[in-house]
Design a protein around this ligand. Structure first.
Ligand code: NAP
Length: 433
C-alpha cells in the first residue's frame, strides 16, 4: 500500500458505483475501524465524465481511461461495477495481473468466465470477491464459502430475480396480466426497457451458475443452466395455483445428485406453506439445504444501488483487511469438473393444464398415455367449458423425459385440443432432490 490509506480504483459509477461512493463517504469512520485503515475512492472510470452524479468526489478523479486505473501503482484495490463481459473481463484480468485485489458485482462475467478469473486471482495471490453478483445485498457467497465450508450442501433454491418476483406477485395478488404487471415493473424502475434478461430467466440463470460453482466447488457455467422464463405464465396458471394451494415463483435451483450437478431456472408451483412462497414483491430469498445444518433461508433486497453497494463494500473491507495482513482471503480455488445432469433426467412433480373434448372415454384415453410412459397422476380436476372441458393434473414425481414423452403422446390423442401449461411443482423442503 502506498500509504496508510487504501486507494480504490472504481470502475463504473452508475447505480451501484455511485451508491458505493456515497456509503464510503457516509460510513467513513465505521469502515476505517472495521478495515483497520481509511479507504478512499481515488480514481473513477466512467463513460461520460461530464454526467451529473450524486457523489462527493472531485471532478478530477473521473476519467474515461479505465485501463490506466487498473495498472496505476497508486491504486491498491479495484472495484468493477461496469457490468457486461467486455471491457470488464480485460480490466479485471489486468488488475489481477498487476497484483491488485478485485471486487465485482458482475454476474454475467462471473457466470461466463468465473473459473478462469478465479485461477488468475489465485496465481496472482490476490482476492477476487463477488458477493454482489448474486442476490444483491443478501450475504450468500460468503456464508456458502465460509460459514458452511464444513458442510455438504445438497441443494440451493432461490428467488434471485426481483423483477420477475414482482411481476408474479402482482399477477397473483391483484389478478394483473403479465403485460400489465411488466408495465408497472418498468414504471417503478424494477424492469429495464428491454426486460428480456429478467423475464426469460437469463439473469437468474447467471446467478444459478455462480451459486452452483460456489456451493459444489464445481466449474459450472451459464451454458450449463437449463433456463425457462415466465413469459408463458398465464392467468389460468396463476388461478389454478391459487385453487390448488400453490403460488407461482421463478426458481433458481442448484443441487448435487450422485456426484453430478443439476442447475436450472424455471417457474414452479410452490406450496403455500413453503418458506419461499412468502417472498413477495421485488424481494429475493435463498433457501440452502445442507447435510448437517438442515435448512437455512436468507431473505432481503436482491438489487438496487444501496443493497448492492452494501455487499460490494463488505467485500472491499474484507479485501483491505487481507491486504493489511499481507495476504488474501479464501479465493475460490480447486474447482473441479463435475458431470452436469441433463434436465431430462431430473425428477419433479408436474402440473398440467389441458383443454379436451367433453365426451365419454376421454379421461381413460388420457390416463392411458400417462400410464404408458410411467407417469402417475396424483390428482385431477375437471372444469366444464361448454362442449369442452379443462383438465388440471398434478402428477407424482416423474422423470422430466417421461413427462415430455407423455406430452408428445397426448398431442396425438384426438380429443385433446391443447396442452396449455406444464409447470414443475416444488416438493416440501428437505424432500428428495
Ligand atoms: N443495479 C443493481 O441493482 C445491481 C444488482 C446486483 C448487481 N449489479 C451489477 O453491478 C454492475 C453495475 O450495475 P449498475 O446498475 O450500477 O450499472 P449502471 O448504472 O449501468 O452503471 C454502469 C457504469 O459503468 C460505466 N461504464 C460503462 N462502460 C464503461 C467503460 N467502457 N469504461 C468505463 N466506465 C464505463 C458507466 O458510465 P456512465 O455513468 O458515464 O454511463 C456507469 O457509470 C453490473 O455488473 C450489474 O449486473 C447491479
Amino acid at each position: 500500500m502506498s500509504d496508510a490509506t487504501v486507494h480504490v480504483g472504481l470502475l463504473g459509477c452508475g447505480n451501484v458505483g455511485a451508491a458505493l461512493a456515497r456509503l464510503v463517504d457516509e460510513h467513513a469512520d465505521l469502515i476505517t475501524s472495521r478495515a483497520g485503515v481509511p479507504i478512499e475512492i481515488t480514481r473513477v472510470a466512467v463513460q461520460d465524465p461530464t454526467r451529473r452524479r450524486d457523489v462527493k468526489l472531485a471532478p478530477e478523479r473521473f476519467t474515461t481511461d479505465a485501463a490506466a486505473i487498473v495498472t496505476d501503482p497508486d491504486i491498491d484495490v479495484v472495484v468493477e461495477v461496469i457490468g457486461g463481459v467486455e471491457p470488464a473481463r480485460s480490466l479485471i484480468t489486468a488488475a489481477l495481473a498487476a497484483g491488485k485485489p478485485v471486487i465485482t458485482g458482475n454476474k454475467e462475467l462471473i457466470a461466463k468466465h468465473g473459473p478462469e478469473l478465479f485461477e488468475a486471482a489465485a496465481a496472482a495471490g490476490v482476492d477476487l470477491l463477488f458477493e454482489a453478483s448474486v442476490a444483491g445485498g443478501i450475504p450468500l457467497i460468503r456464508p456458502l464459502r465460509e460459514s458452511l465450508a464444513g458442510d455438504r450442501i445438497k441443494r440451493v433454491t432461490g428467488i434471485v430475480n426481483g423483477t420477475t418476483n414482482y411481476i408474479l406477485t402482482r399477477m397473483t395478488e391483484e389478478g394483473s396480466s403479465f403485460a400489465e404487471a411488466l408495465a408497472d415493473a418498468q414504471a417503478l424502475g424494477y424492469a429495464e426497457a428491454d426486460p428480456t434478461a429478467d423475464v426469460e430467466g437469463h439473469d437468474a440463470a447467471a446467478k444459478a451458475a455462480i451459486i452452483a460453482t460456489v456451493a459444489f466447488g464445481a466449474r459450472v457455467r451459464l451454458d450449463d443452466v437449463h433456463t425457462e422464463g415466465i413469459t408463458g405464465i398465464t392467468d389460468d396458471d396463476i388461478a389454478s395455483a391459487r385453487l390448488l394451494g400453490y403460488v407461482v415463483k421463478l426458481l433458481a435451483v442448484a443441487e448435487e445428485l450422485d456426484g453430478a450437478v443439476a442447475v436450472r431456472v424455471h417457474p414452479a408451483m410452490v406450496p403455500l406453506h413453503h418458506p419461499l412462497a412468502a417472498v413477495r414483491d421485488s424481494f429475493n430469498a435463498v433457501l440452502i439445504e445442507g447435510e448437517a445444518v438442515g435448512e437455512l433461508m436468507l431473505y432481503g433486497r436482491g438489487a438496487g444501488g444501496g443493497p448492492t453497494a452494501s455487499a460490494v463494500l463488505g467485500d472491499l473491507v474484507d479485501a483491505v483487511r487481507n491486504l493489511a495482513a499481507g495476504g488474501k482471503g479464501a479465493t475460490l480455488t480447486g474447482l473441479v469438473d463435475r458431470p452436469i445432469r441433463p434436465i431430462g433426467d431430473s425428477e419433479s412433480q408436474f402440473y398440467l393444464f389441458m383443454e379436451v373434448a367433453d365426451r365419454p372415454g376421454v379421461l381413460a384415453a388420457i390416463a392411458g398415455e400417462f400410464g404408458r410412459h410411467g407417469v402417475s397422476i396424483q390428482s385431477m380436476e375437471q372444469r366444464g367449458l361448454g362442449a369442452d372441458a379443462r383438465l388440471v393434473f398434478i402428477t407424482h414425481r416423474a422423470r422430466e423425459e417421461d413427462l415430455r414423452a407423455t406430452l408428445a403422446a397426448l398431442g396425438e390423442v384426438d380429443p385433446v385440443h391443447r396442452v396449455g401449461s406444464v409447470l414443475r411443482v416444488t416438493g416440501d423442503v428437505g424432500s428428495e432432490p
